[in-house]
Design a protein around this ligand. Sequence first.
Ligand SMILES: [Zn+2]
Length: 304
Amino acid sequence: MAPAPGLKVNLSSPNPRSRIGKKAVILPLKIVDHIMLNDPSKEAENEPIEVRCYFVRERNALLVRGDFSPLYTDYYLHLMQHGIKHERAQDDLLKDGLAALTLHLSSRPRNEAAAWTLSWQDPLQNLFVTGSNRSGNVVGRVFTEDVRERDTNLFIAQVMVAGQESRQSMIKAETLDMFKVAEAFYHQSEQRPGRYFRHSEEDFVMVSAQPDCDLAWLEALDDEGIRAIDEAEMLSLLETRVFRFDCGCSPGRIFPIIAGMTEEALEVVFGEGEVLAAGCPRCAARYVITRESLEAFKRERASS
Ligand SMILES: [Zn+2]
């Protein structure tokens, strides 16, 4: 994605990270969310995955299924592009989180967006995933620095419906497994069962109860049952939804946020240096911004 005209965002200078601290200034989620949720990226080139939504007749359940391989490929490209490194366990957790949220969103009305945070104490980390049915995107990151310590592990779910105040619910998280945590969320917050299954390594299924669901059947379902469900049950295809791994952040969108900071705040983030790294709170992308390019942006904006 090309920066907006007049911007000299120095993303390709020789090894810019050697000149700035390892730590990026994380931009406020509220501000970034406001831009990304209300004006989704039109330039997304990432490959979409299809999630198929079926009604399981006579069992009264909704079954959604997606193969996440293309989405995971774009996720890894994103990690490479921004020099983000995860431990294996964090990587697995984030990939499961992206899949769990995507399947959840596919089961929800088309005007909903959601954000899930798993606040985990040992090892201390926050997993954040967010996505929107309106823009057909999901994205996420792991926070390991400046993470707030709590007495207990928590899972926090936010729902954003177009034109309404966002709603939040919170449950205790018992295990570092996003599918199990999402199942507990269904049980406690949604007050109906929702179950996740691994059809194969990157192909997942979620089945959630609808009114008058055959709950005994749903509780007894296992991975084997899911693989044979085509033969065992009558599935009616309701719709197909499309999701991409895409945040929507870009140099052209991050720049105005930085330029909008007060002089005092800018002094703090630049410190003695000439360069700062701004971190996206949604996807951990890092944008390298020099004092010079920021001044040029402000002049350009003032004269246009
Ligand atoms: Zn981002």
